[in-house]
Ligand binder design. Structure first.
Ligand code: CKX
Length: 605
């Protein structure tokens, strides 16, 4: 059981919310002096930095951008006297990768894991009707006992350096919003929903957890705010007559209001938008509301100029507009849980989301994108430290499901990206992780993981755990690129034939495929990295997709160019974007648009 509620923060008749976003004092702690010098009571210097944002790309010094270690934030928070009878929390949308929170010099809590929210209960540490000093120590070091995986080394000059086993820049900081939150002592802690649709009507089975014993009622409002159904009790069924369903790219959202009451009235009220829909896997089909869907879309990143991985509301809007323009209907939150606002937007816009936990880099390699096709083995799940990693991974899955389970957009959980699966030692690890997700999710959504290139039939020991087989494949890029593309196609078809032979009777989707392309590079005839080659690569790949009935989705890598660690194979980042990092289309965007606008939602059903 989670210590604190994962509900999205809202203000209601019983709850108060104030934003702590804005400029915070900021200081790097290269010498690890902060603890000894009690920075928890106040940090040195005068530098100010925006929250939410990654810290790395604001500064002009390379030592700052590449910094690995502790760094500190500080801001004063006014806590109103009217909040005295409530519990007061600080809520962090995320602190990457771990944080310790201090209030008025007193350490309140710590949290591990950089992409999920946490609460610090500061009720007993604050002074009311006055300003309180909030200090947060954040740390961005990578290890193999936490996700995402990597290592932190010390250079001969004594400076630390992060070495990710993954292909995105290790952005860090207070990358999502921070709130002050006051909620009643007896409050709504969590709720689960499950749906059954019969004809025009729907049943919503619900279960509410509270921190007390007073009666609970639930009320369902339509988009106009009119109550259309209600129920009493912590557990029950809401009958919805003439239910409007949440459909792909045609979303209808109801507002669910949960109330705790006593003789004097409302003790606590919490509200969230929900959508009525079902998800099932039947044979090779993915069914939404009983109808087959074909996924078209992207593996994405939260990544943009200047703010790095910081939540950027404008960029979010632009990304959804571009996804609509190109005819996409889905995306995977590669390679970590995204900001909560992105799921809210996907709920509103009717996008299907494969929600990924930050279990990436489970293949010990600083260049897994090159080595994945070589058959290299790293015995990743046989380390002495694997039990610690598993513990952290399961905790992240628990927090992810608690946070995102009531978003209609979330249709599947992606529990790992490109782990090493060619070794038997991976099997018990996978079993724990897959069983855990099944146990936690009341809706029993499909579970999947993205298979790295050498996870092929005969080699991969873990694909059977997946309800949807999700392949990351780069035939024509990492494997036989350029003039050898015809051989790439043969190898690609050979692999798909081998999967077909297995008669798994499960849907297959591509969660990655793509070719690095420089936004301004043209060459006729094509060469790799040119826009022409990206289109040739796509023509070949799409033909293969169209040849196999059990392939039920294509999510190209990547939506946009993104920042990575520097290196001889990355030209200031990964350039597989269909859009540039500034969100303008490459030529291939028009090719995909033509294809995706034509493909019906029930393609291959
Ligand atoms: N997949 C062979 C994981 C992504 C990378 C992508 C790439 C790799 C390919 C692995 O995070 O960016 O190399 O483009």
């Amino acid at each position: 059981m989670l210590e604190h509620s994962m509900l999205y923060p809202v203000a209601t008749v019983s709850r108060r919310l104030s934003s702590m976003d804005g400029m915070w004092k900021f200081c790097l702690d290269g010498q690890g002096a902060g603890e000894k010098e009690n920075w928890g009571g106040g940090i040195p210097g005068k530098d100010l930095i925006p929250v939410p944002a990654s810290f790395q790309d604001f500064y002009t010094e390379k030592d700052v951008r590449e910094f690995a270690g502790d760094f500190w934030y500080e801001k004063d928070a006014f806590v109103p006297g009217e909040w005295k009878d409530k519990r007061v929390f600080l809520r962090f949308g995320a602190a990457t990768h771990r944080a310790a929170v201090y209030v008025n010099g007193k350490k309140i809590t710590e949290h591990e894991g950089g992409f999920l929210p946490f609460l610090a209960d500061i009720t007993d540490a604050v002074s009311y009707d006055s300003y309180n000093k909030i200090v947060v120590k954040v740390n961005n070091e990578l290890t193999v006992t936490n996700i995402p995986c990597g290592e932190t080394c010390v250079l001969p000059n004594g400076k630390k350096m992060n070495k990710p086993y993954f292909d995105f820049f290790n952005y860090a900081g207070l990358q999502r919003s921070v709130h002050l939150l006051a909620i009643p002592k007896e409050h709504v802690f969590d709720f689960d929903l499950d749906y059954e649709i019969s004809g025009k009507n729907a049943k919503i089975r619900y279960s509410v957890k509270t921190t007390g014993e007073h009666p609970v009622s639930v009320s369902l409002l339509d988009e106009k705010g009119v109550e259309v159904a209600s129920s009493e009790g912590k557990d029950g069924v809401i009958d919805v007559a003439d239910a409007r369903l949440w459909q792909v790219r045609n979303a209808y959202l109801y507002h669910l209001i949960i109330r705790i009451t006593d003789d004097d009235g409302i003790v606590d009220e919490y509200g969230q938008k929900i959508g009525i829909r079902t998800i099932q896997i039947k044979g090779t089909s993915i069914l939404v509301n009983g109808e087959p869907v074909y996924l078209k879309g992207f593996g994405k990143h939260e990544d943009c100029d200047v703010v790095g991985r910081g939540f950027h509301i404008g960029m979010m809007k632009r990304d959804f507009e571009l996804m609509k323009w190109i005819g996409a209907n889905s995306f995977r939150t590669a390679h970590y849980p995204y900001s909560e606002e992105i799921y809210q937007m996907a709920d509103e816009e009717g996008f299907l989301v494969i929600d990924e936990v930050a279990a990436v880099g489970m293949f010990e390699s600083l260049m897994n994108f090159m080595e994945a096709s070589t058959g290299k083995k790293t015995a990743f799940f046989e380390k002495e430290t694997t039990p610690l990693l598993l513990k952290a991974h399961k905790k992240a899955i628990e927090e992810l499901i608690a946070r995102d389970k009531n978003h209609p957009c979330v249709i599947a959980w992606s529990l790992l990206n490109e782990p090493e699966t060619t070794n038997e030692a991976a099997v018990p690890y996978f079993k724990e992780v897959f069983d855990w997700a099944h146990e936690l999710d009341v809706q029993k959504r499909p579970r999947t993981f993205a298979l790295i290139m050498n996870s092929v039939p005969g080699e991969c020991k873990c694909y059977a755990f997946s309800d949807i087989i999700a392949l990351n494949r780069y035939y024509g890029w990492y494997v036989k690129g350029g003039y050898e593309i015809s051989e790439a196609e043969m190898m690609f078809r050979k692999e798909m034939d081998a999967w077909k032979e297995l008669r798994l009777n499960k849907p297959f989707i591509f969660t990655e495929y793509g070719a690095d392309t420089l936004g301004l590079e043209h060459k006729l005839p094509s060469v790799m990295w040119s826009q022409e080659y990206q289109e040739e690569y796509l023509d070949m790949t799409n033909e293969v997709f169209d040849s196999y009935d059990f392939i039920k989705g294509e999510q190209i890598w990547n939506f946009a160019d993104f920042q990575t660690t520097e290196g001889i194979l990355r030209v200031n980042g990964n350039k597989k974007g269909i859009f540039t990092r500034q969100r303008q289309p490459k030529d291939a965007a028009y090719l995909l648009r033509k294809r995706w606008k034509k493909l019906p939602l029930d393609y291959k059903s």
